[in-house]
Design a protein around this ligand. Sequence first.
Ligand code: NAD
Length: 473
Amino acid sequence: MNEAKAFAHTIGGRAVAGVGWFDVIDPSTGSVFAQAPDATRGQLDLAVRVAREAFGKWRMLAHSERVAALQSFAARVRAEIEGLSRLLTREQGKPITSAQREVRATADRIDGLAVLEVKPEILREDASGRVLLDYQPLGVVGAIAPWNAPLILATQIAAQALVAGNTVIVKPSPFTPLTTLRLGEIAAETLPAGVFNVVSGGNALGQWMTEHPGIDKIGFVGSTVTGKKVMASAANSTLKRVSLELGGNDPAIVLDDVDVDAIAARLFWSAFVNSGQICMAVKRVFAHESVAERLIDALAGKARQVKVGSGFEPDVELGPLQNQPQYEKVLAILQDARERGARFVTGGSALPRPGYFIAPTIVAGVAEGTRLVDEEQFGPVLPVLTFKTIEEVVRRANATRYGLAASLFTRNQHVVREFLRRVECGMAHINHGTASQAHVPFGGVKDSGQGAFSIGPTVKDAFTNIKTIYVKT
Ligand code: NAD
């Protein structure tokens, strides 16, 4: 099926046709199946202009009016779950059940965020007067998203920005533009014109957004390398504000007092969900030397059982890597591990079929100094390292520029306290699989990001300016 040129930008509540186009590839076949419009600078300027105009009215609406509009948007997303999920599986590769979960969660997050009211606070009050802290929307927010969970990540930025009274311009990844373009059409039917705009294009479009003087803030989710460019460019243009949700190399530490068979499935899925293409997927397991072999066996058992295939095949649990550069990067990381004497307990290579499939891989016999351990692999490949003491393992867990999430499996409360005090991360999981919930801040430290903004109570920090007001009575 070729869906050539069936998609358009949404600018000012209208479909705006592409001038140029780029190919969109189905990662389960490696073949082009659609084209997406490639926005020009002129189209971005138009989106900024209409978003600015719409901001004037949207910011003046009562919170309840913005909430009502966002809830009807969420309801329409929910009504379109089948079509959106199929498109998401087609362009992203994830199993259809995962795509359905992402679309449902997207609608839920829009609904959930809609109840967050940003109200002024009284800081001081006495006979002589009052001091208030008011929160004002920033203006036009640019939302730049990656390809691993395109719909929910773009929407989280956008919905938070919108509920606080901003308007948005969303730019999906060029690898997965289509579901977000479709979301733009739905937004045009449910939100006031110009409030939610979607423009698709390549990396250059992202850079134009960061440089654009008419955009007040960039909400960015993507790699650390790009996040640093976004920050530099935003500072060079108009000192625009940025929130950055970036990469991770998340450690999971397993002590010798846990039942490894009982936690193996939780740990496996924390690493392999979305074929490992999740920022906060577990990317390094540190197992105490006395339980390491048992844990490796248990993880390998899961890896052998799991069904890999096209997201549309029945019962598939893991799809392909999303794109060719990522597929080649993971294969190069495997080759590096092989050359350094790693033991592939399962997998270790591509699957012999079209598309970007790599067999679920459990790796033993590796240590720091191997790319698989030092870098963010972002694929279905998990190294299991061993350790002797908790002091040693926390130091090794922290020995990375990343600091997104970190997990600990133990019953020892003293160790839990030590770990929580010393581990360098934005989110810690204790005997818990990786998690992300509405109304709970999500974000990293060090090179994993700045300014948790994805969900809930961070809306004020991320999407408003404070205004201090002195009133004399
Ligand atoms: P990426 O950085 O390559 O691209 C992300 C987005 O930035 C895309 O839309 C891209 O077109 C755009 N872009 C590229 N160059 C740009 C520039 N110079 N200026 C502005 N925009 C530019 O990331 P990716 O490969 O799409 O996504 C995978 C990465 O995202 C991984 O590192 C993953 O860990 C990270 N991620 C982080 C989170 C989080 O919440 N922390 C969530 C999901 C993914």
